[in-house]
Design a protein. Sequence first.
Length: 124
Amino acid sequence: MKKYNYYAFEYLSEALIRNPRMGEAKTYDEYEVGETVVIEKEGRGIFLGRIIGKALNEDVEGYNIVQKVDVSAYFDAIEREKKREELMGLMEEKFREIDKLKKFEYYATLDKEFGELYEEFKNI
């Protein structure tokens, strides 16, 4: 007779927040920490969870791991979007800096007094 394996998991719907809910589930299969799995709550449907380790006890009732699923594309998209937002912020900051300097250069060509101030500023 096959023996159950018991795993601790975090609810994937909350995995991106600071303190996600956690639970324990059983299965006949072997899983690695970090793998995403479909978990069935008996009589209540299914949801996604991420394996966070072995369960501390074997008193797991009502939660069964159905199978592993690959959601790496989803998390890759989230990471790409975070990186895009970070880069956008850096580009906007640099743009404002360059825009300001270019405006000074332009106005220095229009007004002699401003041009002298700008040249003095550049030489400091």
